[in-house]
Design a protein around this ligand. Structure first.
Ligand code: ZN
Length: 89
């Protein structure tokens, strides 16, 4: 990939084996995934590049529960409760 000094890339200061500090320009990480209902940051979902996610197992990419990786745990509970109450009535 072409390395550019544009502001869209983050600066990383790297100390080389020779003791010289050099600047490397790396791609910024994407925004943290948000809950589809309340907008809270989703826990257990990595904030990684697409290329990094491709080499990650599915179980490392979202919580293993209904609506995992889509809704936060509180919204998931509320949704399941609402569905159960609708069924009863
Ligand atoms: Zn939520």
């Amino acid at each position: 990939m072409k390395v550019t000094k544009s502001g869209s890339r983050r600066k990383i200061y790297v100390k080389t084996p020779g003791g010289v500090t050099k600047v490397q320009y790396k791609i910024r990480k994407p925004q943290a995934p948000k809950c589809g209902s309340c907008g809270a940051k989703l826990l257990g979902v990595p904030r990684a590049l697409k290329s990094e996610l491709a080499n990650m197992p599915k179980t490392a990419k979202r919580p293993e529960r209904p609506f995992g990786g889509v809704l936060c745990s509180r919204c998931m509970r509320d949704k399941i409760k609402a569905q159960a109450r609708l069924k009863k009535a």
